[in-house]
Write a new protein. Structure first.
Length: 288
């Protein structure tokens, strides 16, 4: 798959869209969303609303991307090819922190490569903590991401949205809450429906360096998958699923000879994302 960045770059600038919806006598709920930015075989917009947990003073926003049939976009680590999304919040006002979350992705087969990402549509939830919760927040986003089919087309969109203090007391957007539910949970807070990392071993020396991973998935793990990330941009190939163990434990193996950097992984902390049909979880493991 070609990732020629010179192919097409779509650039658009949009402003705030506010829609007031009557909820009964004297009650009005304000839904906030920027207008859609139309791109090549995709469109993108900003959403915003109240926090999912009312005791927090962080807006729950989101970057929503919808894709034409047969097109895809990528996770924060795209796999063997592809373009990871970049979110630049420079220019935002009254913002203390902005944290983008990544919903559980899927493995995607492409000509000559395996990639990680999303088909059809995805909402990246965003937690926005204001510097002063009594004042409006002005979100300004430059989003860069790949929209890909047989080739990958780099796209850029500039989006803006104002968040109002009154929103912090309202109800969270069901779409944004659903997107947060798709974000892998840490192992310490995983649910019964989430996968559980059981064991990781590494063999980094010799002609066949590899990582071996064992995990338990609810409901037998049909469709279960694991994605491994290393720090400092070190490439880790996608795991291959091996025959399940006799007790139903799922087993995966990574051929580290493909990356050519096995010894560089020593003492590095890896992030493992486990994705199943009923949930997703995230764990870390430090290579000996």
């Amino acid at each position: 798959m070609s990732t020629a960045r010179t192919a097409v770059c779509a650039l658009a600038v949009v402003a705030l869209s506010v829609v007031a919806v009557a909820q009964g006598p004297g009650v009005v709920r304000v839904n906030l969303a920027s207008p859609w930015v139309e791109l090549h075989s995709a469109r993108v917009r900003l959403l915003a609303g109240a926090p999912a947990v009312k005791s927090t003073k962080a807006y729950l926003a989101g970057v929503e991307i919808t894709l034409a049939e047969g097109w895809k976009t990528y996770w924060r680590t795209p796999g063997d090819a592809g373009v990871p999304p970049l979110f630049d919040w420079t220019g935002s006002t009254n913002v203390a922190t902005v944290k983008v979350h990544y919903p559980a992705p899927q493995r995607m087969q492409e000509p000559g490569a395996e990639t990680i990402g999303y088909k059809s549509a995805v909402i990246f939830p965003v937690e926005v903590v204001p510097s002063d919760a009594s004042k409006p927040v002005g979100l300004a986003l430059t989003a860069e991401f790949g929209i890909c089919r047989d080739i990958c087309i780099p796209a850029e969109a500039k989006l803006s949205l104002s968040l109002l203090p009154s929103q912090l007391e309202g109800d969270a957007s069901p779409a944004l809450v659903a997107a947060m539910e798709r974000v892998p949970r840490q192992q310490a807070s995983r649910r019964a429906s989430d996968p559980e990392l059981r064991r990781v071993t590494a063999s980094l020396d010799g002609s066949a360096p590899r990582l071996s991973i064992e995990a338990r998935f609810p409901q037998g793990g049909r469709g279960g998958d694991v994605f491994v990330e290393a720090p400092k941009g070190l490439y880790v190939p996608l795991p291959k699923r091996l025959p399940d163990a006799a007790d139903g434990t799922l087993r995966f193996e990574i051929d580290l000879s493909r990356g050519g950097n096995a010894r560089e992984l020593k003492a590095k902390t890896l992030t493992l994302t486990l994705v199943g049909e009923t949930g997703a979880a995230e764990a870390t493991w430090t290579v000996p």
